[in-house]
Design a protein around this ligand. Structure first.
Ligand code: ADP
Ligand code: MG
Length: 238
């Protein structure tokens, strides 16, 4: 579960063609990373996949089912944004539980799911704390906890680490890879950081001005970049 397929997907804002016709398949359990310069359409792509933005044309399928008309919560997708807001007056437990409360789950089920997410993210001993009492990395983990607690098949991360300092980013990279190893969900991770792309991805999707320039494993892109742009982005000077 969690295969994602885009066929002929485009996005136009007014007269601007922000996403050109795009075909892309992300396999079940794959860790895909979207890279590309600012403004190339990474966030727009994720938002269309999540259902937060309508496609102008084309189809998005999840596990063979067209989801174009499905509401975000029905798609089995969670998204973590660059700027995340925790509720300062709520405990870590309630911050993570929030989407479950909205979905009116039973208290027993809420406790089960929150504890599971907290275990994965090593937050079990922080559940009674308030966000103000946490480190930056712990706060970021709470935000991720909120996204994973509903156990979606697909996680989308839109530059989730770009507000963190370098040391914390490195720590969170390891954390996210570990999370992926445990949950084995399909993940799409957006970054403009080549190091993140190279170290985390099973598959890298290089975007430029609304088009996919190349898709491949980190090694393929490094050794066989299709053009100078990909080479430059991946860090191979040749
Ligand atoms: P990235 O995430 O790669 O930086 P975005 O997907 O945010 O890129 O934006 C791609 C392009 O689409 C940019 O030129 C941006 O200005 C434009 N864009 C994004 N959202 C909107 C919108 N709601 N209305 C009009 N233009 C938009
Ligand atoms: Mg963006």
């Amino acid at each position: 579960m969690g295969q994602l397929k885009l066929t002929g997907v485009t996005k136009r804002f007014g007269t601007a063609d922000v996403i050109r016709p795009t075909d892309l398949t992300i396999n079940e359990g794959e860790f895909a990373v979207f890279v590309g310069p600012s403004g190339c359409g990474k966030s727009t792509m994720l938002r269309m996949i999540a259902g937060l933005e309508e496609v102008t044309s084309g189809t998005i399928e999840i596990d063979g089912q067209v989801v174009n008309d499905l509401a975000p919560v029905k798609r089995g997708i969670s998204m973590v944004f660059q700027s995340y807001a925790l509720y300062p007056h709520m405990t870590v437990f309630e911050n993570i539980a929030f989407p479950l409360r909205v979905a009116r789950m039973s208290q027993a089920r809420v406790e089960e799911l929150v504890h599971k997410a907290a275990d994965v993210l090593q937050l079990r001993d922080r559940l009674d704390h308030r966000p103000g009492a946490l480190s930056g990395g712990q706060r970021q983990r709470v935000a991720i906890g909120r996204a994973i607690v509903r156990e979606p098949q697909i996680f989308l991360f839109d530059e989730p680490l770009s507000n963190l300092d370098a040391a914390l980013r490195a720590e969170m990279r390891v954390e996210l890879s570990r999370l992926h190893g445990k949950l084995k969900n399909t993940m799409i991770y957006v970054t403009h950081d080549q190091v993140e792309a190279m170290t985390m991805a099973d598959k890298i999707v290089v975007l430029r001005a609304g088009r996919i320039e190349q898709v491949g494993s980190p090694l393929e892109l490094f050794h066989k970049p299709r053009n100078q742009f990909v080479a430059g982005f991946i860090g191979n000077p040749n």
